[in-house]
Every structure is written in C-alpha cells, then in structure tokens.
Design a protein around this ligand. Structure first.
Ligand code: BMP
Length: 498
C-alpha cells in the first residue's frame, strides 16, 4: 500500500498537503538544472508554500505532530537556514511551545558574534527542521556548528525526502531522519491525480536515478479532507480491565464496570418529546444500554414525577443517566441552570459541557456539584468535536484546548464527546455521536458513520445512537444489532475480556 493512502489522520494530512501544494504551484515541469548539476524534468519548489498561509500552517502542524509522536526528547527547535525557518518558527512557538533557535551561516562581526541565536546551554538536545533533504549536506554543516557549541541533535524532521542518499548520510552521522513526504509518495499522487502521465513518471524516475519499477494509481480526489473526523494515530485505546483499575473517577469506574457486566458500550439518545414515550423506550432499552441520553428541554411535559421514575429505572436496570444539556455560560449561570426548573444536578449522572467558556467556568462550578453527595451528578463530558457538518470545533486548536481543560480538571471531567479518540489519557472515555448503520446524513447537518469506523478506526469507547434505534419500527432488534456490533468492535483486541 502506498504511504499516501493509509486510513489514518497522517494519511489524510499527507493527502491534504499534496492537494494544497498542487494548487500552490509547488510542482513545476520542464527542464531544470539541480544543485548537483543533474537535469530534472520536475522541480519541487517548496518556497511557493510561503505564499499560502493555510498551507504553511498545515506543514508546521504536520512537522510538529511528527516530532511529538516520535517521542524524541528535546529542549529547543532549530530551523536549517533559510527555507525551513518559517516552519520551525510556527512549529516552535505555536504548536510545540518550545524555544526557537537559529544558526547563522556566518558569525556576526559585531555584538555577541554568536553563530547560534536563542536560548540554550551546553549539552542541550535540539530537534532540527529542514524543508527538502537531497544529500543531507546543509544538515551536516549545521551539525558541525552545533557540536562546536556542545549542542546535540539526534533527529531531523523534513517536509520532503528526495531519496537521493541524504537519509543514509545522516544516519552515518548519528542522526535519524523523519520525512512527511518522499518522492515515491509525491509521484504516486501526481500520477493518480492525472497531473503527470505514465511516460512523465518514467522520465522523472530515470532522470533522478530512483529505483521504482512502475507507477501505482490510487484513488485520490482533489477535495480537502476534514482532518477532525479522522483518528489521531497516536491515541490508542487501552484494555478495559486496565482502565477500570487506573481511573480515579467514581463515574468512570462505574461505567467501565457496567460495560463489562452488561457487555454494552451503547448509549441510546432518546430524543422524544413526551415523557410517556421516553419512559416506554427506556423500558425496552434498559437491558441493552450502558447509558440513556436525554434532552430534557425537548420534552414538552417534563416534570418531577418523570425524573423520579427515570432514576428508579436507572437504579433497577443499571444504566447511567446522561443529560445532553451542553452547558456553555459563565460559571454563575451554569450553577443556576443546574439547579433551576429542571433540577438537572439532582437526577443526571453526567452532563455535556462546551469547552468554549474556558477552564475556570468549568472546573470551579462542576467540582462543587460533583463533590456534593446531595446531588446525583458525578461527572461531565467536554465537547471536543461535534458531528455536524462545518462545526467550528474543527478550527485549529479547538479540540486540543478542550483536551487541555480536561487534563486540568481530571477529578470532574470523565471524558469527551468527540468523533475520534482525542486524548492520550486512557481512562478518559470517548463518547461518540453521529452513528447510524442505515443512513449517512439528515437534512440539517448531522453526519453519520458506521460502528466499526467509530470504534475500530477512530478508537472511541462508547457509541451514541439516536434515530437509528428510535425511528425504527423494530427498536429492540436495532438495539441488539448496535449493541453487538459496538461491543464486538470494542473488545476485538481486548485480551482482558476474552
Ligand atoms: P441521532 O443519531 O438521531 O442523530 O442522535 C444523535 C444524538 O447525539 C442527538 O441527541 C444529538 O443532540 C447528539 N449529538 C450529536 O448528534 N452530535 C454531536 O456532536 C453532539 C451530540 O450531543
């Protein structure tokens, strides 16, 4: 399988990079003399990326993700002059939040006369960022300068490996090279999108002395992919038994214990508008579900008798009550809403909360309720990604900020509403809506996908199913179907279950 079609967030990131590069006129065709003297029918002009801020950001983000997932330990980021400096600056300051260092080609003849600018001390380890690696010569020059200052660099991250010996030369010098793209990926993309013909492909491979035998065509459309709907490959679920032991949250302990006992990771979203209908559906669903999710403000005859019956059923049938209120106001107002006309904190085990209001409004208020035994509320789910088309949760940094709020409030936050596994903390549970086995979308923005995609590929824990069950003429059959599929997908590789 070609590296550009892997079904992961990385694969999509690469495809998006190549799509945007193509539009930015990065790939030029003709006769070009390279630095080595070679004549090439293709010139890959990555400097064109500077003119396209969205592309420059995407490159910096991709390099940063690669640095993070490599596990390299480092105290600063150094860009190889000059072409890599913009990416190194954005990666260091915006994505990685690490000091940026710059190495001069010639020392200044005045002032400090330093060759390396930035914050560092002897024996610090740096990661290097480069745009294109051909022979690796510029990186080896920089390494000599770093060594003279007793600085260490073990890993270099580049946008493109031209596969012309650079990787091996760097390896010989003790440096691991990581690249976002290689020539094989670039040529496969260009051939698959019809940008170059088979003859051109052969011409380029011959001129650049590449050792590929024949072109491969893969299915690539030119539309950008929504990265937020694809999994972060580095966040992988851990075993249920481990998580049951690991979590400090009483709510999550209860949820994982319930999951294992009922063999269910299914949450039913009951969006009916009368209490009778809701209670009838719960009567049917109780044995099959881990949780029942409500929108109390959509129930026209909502009253205290209803919540009293609801809590009795939850206690008898062993499920968790989830009120999907999506709180999003000041801490003071949220507290009033939790105890207002619907008295949500008294009957719901868990509620949803938007991350948009920020850390203080979330932690302070919910901690007070969760720690007060007179309320039933035991935890919150932060909304990290919505399932709706065009949701603003896909904006750069939004999901990461929600994860960071969760990390700061681990005693209160039990997990996330998300499309993909968003956090590396395995005890935080990922609940995912937007599931339907028989339809892809409704007419008002909802986007549905299947259970295997959500649990297996995107590494979520709990599926939230609504109309797939509640609009069916045979809800019990559907409950059994979704429960079985979701449980099989969750436990497929879980040796603590089998
Ligand atoms: P359905 O499968 O019928 O679309 O129901 C999904 C449920 O999950 C609804 O109650 C909706 O409010 C909720 N939901 C969602 O669909 N997407 C989100 O991102 C967050 C949600 O809470």
């Amino acid at each position: 399988m070609s590296a550009i079609i892997e079904n992961t967030r990385n694969g999509a990131l690469k495809r998006n990079l190549l799509r945007q590069m193509l539009q930015a006129n990065v790939f030029k065709f003709g006769e070009f003399q390279l630095k080595s003297g070679q004549i090439s029918p293709i010139y890959i002009d990555l400097r064109e990326c500077f003119g396209h801020p969205q592309l420059a950001m995407l490159i910096s983000e991709a390099l940063s993700k690669q640095i993070e997932s490599s596990g390299t330990e480092y105290s600063g980021v150094l860009g190889i002059p000059y072409a890599a400096l913009p990416y190194a600056s954005v990666a260091a300051a915006h994505f990685l939040k690490k000091p940026l260092l710059i190495v001069r080609k010639e020392a200044k003849s005045y002032g400090t006369k330093k060759l390396i600018e930035g914050l560092y001390k002897p024996n610090d380890c740096l990661v290097l960022i480069e745009d294109v690696v051909t022979t690796g010569g510029s990186i080896l020059d920089v390494l000599r300068t770093l060594h003279a200052e007793s600085l260490v660099a073990t890993d270099v991250f580049c946008i493109l490996d031209r596969e012309q010996g650079g990787c091996q030369k760097l390896k010989d010098a003790g440096v691991n090279m990581h690249s976002l793209l290689d020539m094989n990926t670039v040529l496969t993309f260009l051939y698959s999108t019809g940008t170059i013909t088979e003859n051109q492909w052969h011409g380029i491979v011959k001129a650049l002395n590449l050792e590929y035998s024949s072109p491969v065509k893969v299915d690539i459309c030119l539309e950008l992919e929504n990265l937020s709907s694809l999994p972060y490959v580095d966040n992988i679920r851990s075993l249920l038994a481990e998580r049951e032991a690991l979590t400090d949250s009483p709510l999550n302990k209860k949820l994982v214990t319930l999951m294992r006992r009922k063999k269910s990771n299914l949450c039913l979203a009951i969006d009916y508008t009368t209490t009778d209908k809701v209670l009838q559906m719960i009567e049917l669903a109780g044995p099959f579900v881990l949780a029942v999710k409500l929108h109390a403000d959509a129930i026209r005859d909502f009253n205290e008798e209803f919540t009293s019956k609801l809590t009795t059923m939850a206690n008898n049938m062993d499920f968790v009550i989830f009120e999907d209120r999506k709180f999003a106001d000041t801490g003071n107002t949220t507290a009033l809403q939790l105890t207002g006309i619907q008295k949500i904190a008294a009957w719901a085990d868990v509620v949803t909360v938007h991350a948009v209001q920020g850390n203080d409004s979330i932690g302070g208020v919910f901690r007070k309720f969760v720690n007060d035994p007179s309320y039933r509320l035991k935890g919150i789910l932060l909304i990290a990604q919505l399932s709706t088309k065009g949701s603003l949760t896909a904006l750069n940094g939004y999901t990461e900020s929600a994860v960071s709020i969760a990390n700061d409030n681990r005693d209160v936050v039990s997990g996330f509403i998300a499309q993909t596994r968003v956090s590396a903390c395995s005890d935080l549970l990922n609940w995912t809506p937007g599931i339907n086995l028989d339809a892809k979308s409704d007419s008002v923005g909802q986007q549905w996908r299947g259970v295997d995609q959500a649990i297996d590929v995107q590494q979520n824990d709990i599926v939230i199913v609504g109309r797939g069950v509640t609009s069916s003429s045979e809800p019990v059959q559907q409950l059994k179907r979704y429960r079985q599929m979701a449980w099989d997908a969750l436990t497929k590789n879980d040796t603590s279950i089998h």
